[in-house]
Design a binder for this molecule. Structure first.
Ligand SMILES: *[C@@H]1O[C@H](CO)[C@@H](O)[C@H](O)[C@H]1NC(C)=O
Ligand SMILES: *[C@@H]1O[C@H](CO)[C@@H](O)[C@H](O)[C@H]1NC(C)=O
Ligand SMILES: *[C@@H]1O[C@H](CO)[C@@H](O)[C@H](O)[C@H]1NC(C)=O
Length: 375
């Protein structure tokens, strides 16, 4: 009896040891929250019009060249971050494949169309709003605990990298969605931005309470300069002055809010990504919100015309099988009317990886990984 129980103990130790080694050998987990810029396909499982599951989406997606639900011709920002971590891409939380050992990779909770506020994207009806993404994160953690035990699960969540990208839709799919929207009648723009920042702060505090300790928080990017806004609101093909004004109010206040949260928490939990400078290297004409021009860097032919779409700048309506489609996606900064091309995503993630403090405050991802490896 004694020998049997020590045999059992030995087996448990060996199996446990191998299991723990296996966990240590795989990269840290990666969790993704937010909107279409980072959705890996959750909306495929929902009854909503905010989806990217038909061609030509995915036309350059290396593994399959088929649509996946990513709002890109190929990889999106989370995919490229996963590659930097040496990890597989995160599966959408709603994917039936997200079971067993796959849970250790992490999960993607993002859902196209959502915003900081619950009333953002109401026209998309059935999407996963932020509070619901967090409920799923708690559910995920229950499943992880069942797989590897409570203390290992907590450690993996604490050691994970987290990405959150949200806020753009609170402008384009809420405040500016229709003239005299409810929110624009409620708040002048500067007050609305303050309100968004205070609601966002609550969301980030909650993410910390749920165990996140390294969180990349992206700014809104050049919302007024996406082909959709140029087509709808830009005068003579210029960026939308009003929407660029929103971005120029939101991003600096976001960065300040992250700094104050970090001070309160006593550690660098939240990393501002591309909030100081908008992605794609804008050159701002001093004193003129509307006059941004994108440096045609890295061989882009255009940063104002979408590759896939129709109407002025290919910026109206959705990207569908019937849309105009450019032949060389690498020459376009924008894939569709709102979302960067894979090539632009690569440039954004290069900045996230190795950018200076103007892009990544207080530090870039390569520094984070080096720092966390030694502590
Ligand atoms: C959003 O809705 C959920 C569920 O009704 C609620 O718990 C949460 O407080 C709401 N968030 C905001 C910012 O109103
Ligand atoms: C934008 O800036 C360029 C270069 O400074 C200038 O030539 C152009 O007139 C400006 N456009 C508008 C609409 O202000
Ligand atoms: C990352 O950030 C650090 C600190 O700002 C900087 O010194 C370094 O050059 C950046 N790039 C890389 C690849 O570490």
């Amino acid at each position: 009896m004694a020998s049997l129980s020590s045999f059992v103990t030995l087996v448990i130790l060996i199996v446990g040891g191998i299991f723990v080694d296996g966990i240590e050998a795989i990269p840290r987990s990666f969790f993704v929250f937010g909107d279409s810029l980072v959705d890996n396909g959750n909306n495929n499982y929902l009854a909503t019009t905010a989806r990217a599951d038909a061609p030509p989406y995915g036309i350059d997606y290396a593994p399959t060249h088929r649509p996946t639900g990513r709002f890109s011709n190929g990889y999106n920002i989370p995919d490229l971050i996963s590659q930097r971590l040496g990890a597989e891409p995160t599966l959408p939380y709603l994917s039936p494949e997200l079971t067993g050992q796959k849970l250790l990779v992490g999960a993607n909770f993002a859902s196209a169309g959502i915003g900081i506020l619950n009333d953002t994207g109401i026209q998309f009806v059935n999407i996963i709003r932020m509070y619901r993404q967090y409920e799923y994160f708690q559910e995920y953690q229950n499943r992880l605990r069942a797989l590897i035990g409570a203390s290992q699960a907590k450690a993996r969540v604490n050691q994970a990298l987290v990405l959150i990208t949200v806020g753009g839709n609170d402008f384009v799919n809420n405040y500016y969605l229709v003239p005299y929207s409810a929110r624009s009648r409620q708040y002048p723009l500067p007050e609305y931005v303050k309100f968004l920042i205070s609601e966002y702060q609550k969301l980030l505090q909650k993410l910390y309470d749920l165990g996140a300790r390294r969180v990349l928080v992206t700014g809104t990017g050049p919302m007024g300069c996406v082909p959709s806004e140029i087509a709808q609101r830009g005068v003579n093909g210029q960026c939308s002055t009003e929407i660029q004004r929103a971005a120029s109010l939101f991003n600096p206040q976001l960065e300040t809010m992250l700094q104050s949260l970090n001070r309160k928490l006593g550690r660098d939990v939240f990393i501002a990504a591309n909030t100081g400078k908008t992605h794609l290297n804008f050159i701002k004409n001093p004193g003129q919100y509307g006059n941004f021009s994108i440096r045609l860097l890295e061989g882009f032919k255009t940063s104002t015309v979408a590759c896939c779409g129709q109407g002025p700048n290919n910026g109206l309506g959705l990207c569908t099988p019937l849309s105009n489609l450019c032949s060389n996606r690498d020459l376009y900064a924008f894939w569709d009317a709102f979302h960067p091309s894979e090539k632009a995503n690569k440039l954004i993630v290069n900045d996230i990886w190795s950018g200076t403090k103007a892009y990544m405050n207080p530090m870039n991802l390569s520094t984070i990984l080096a720092l966390d490896a030694t502590t």
